[in-house]
Design a protein around this ligand. Sequence first.
Ligand code: SF4
Length: 326
Amino acid sequence: MSIEERLVKIQAAYVGNLSAQRLQEIREWIEKIEVIKNQKNAVLLGHNYMTPEVFFGVSDITGDSLELARKSAQAKADIIVFNGVHFMAETAKILNPSAKVLIADSTAGCSLAESITPEDVRDLRQKHPGVPIVSYINCTAAVKAEVDVICTSANAFHIVEALPGNEVVMVPDGYLAGNVAKTSKKVIHAWPGKCMVHELFTPRDVEEARLRFPQVKIIAHPECKSNVTDKVDFTGSTSRMSSYIEETHPEQVLLFTECSMGDNLRAEHPGVEFVPSCQSCPYMKKITLEKIYDALLYEKDEVTVPDNVREGALHSLQAMFDLSKV
Ligand code: SF4
């Protein structure tokens, strides 16, 4: 995409509300990042929750955290700049050990990843001997190294069902576990971690939206509480939200997820009205064009994973890839 085309997308994502001055600033940052990216043979990854200027402006590959990590493994780049939060950059490093992985702000964390430690996982193993432990991908590399298998919001149900036995321990997202439990017959021992963004949506939000917008299709992320997902039209991961809109062509949608996801989808689906109702992730919003430029220029905030941790974490990720084929 030319810079001009990217700016059109960014303006569409913001419903045409960007001033000429802000648009010019964005253009200048994109141009500067483009030059240094080519000089350093870098590839920039952009999570779906990045602001439109990061998502459309400078990201070579976009998607959810796992898609990005997997696609980056095929990229022939010396440097990967992960525009997302820290655990995602760690996952990219686990899958691409030879690349230098940078993050524009190393304090871009995640309430789910911070809710559990490797010691907590070891305690759970003692408490539930022989029961497989599955972790949502939103966890640190050190936690990935302790569990048996990883899952994503897109494959969580499938992974739980594919594991042996009638019980499973799920960490760290208690709400994702609750959503899996709605259709699984297994006993699920859930860790009570929460996404600070998705936990804010309530059943009352659904009721009020339906009163105000009778035609609206409400789409929720499975990190929302199950009493919310019970009431919406569709629940799915960020990539499934996008395919749901593509396949069903709703006239009006309302997303219960992070704000930039809706902004970016708006630019991709000009015929769909996106009713505003979202929550912003303060961690994702730490990633800005200015900081991306600095990260590339100074090659700072490198993300590293110790070899012994990487080995265990890779094992859990590989177990997910293997079970996904079952
Ligand atoms: S949106 Fe939630 S799950 Fe995603 S990074 Fe922010 S706190 Fe973590």
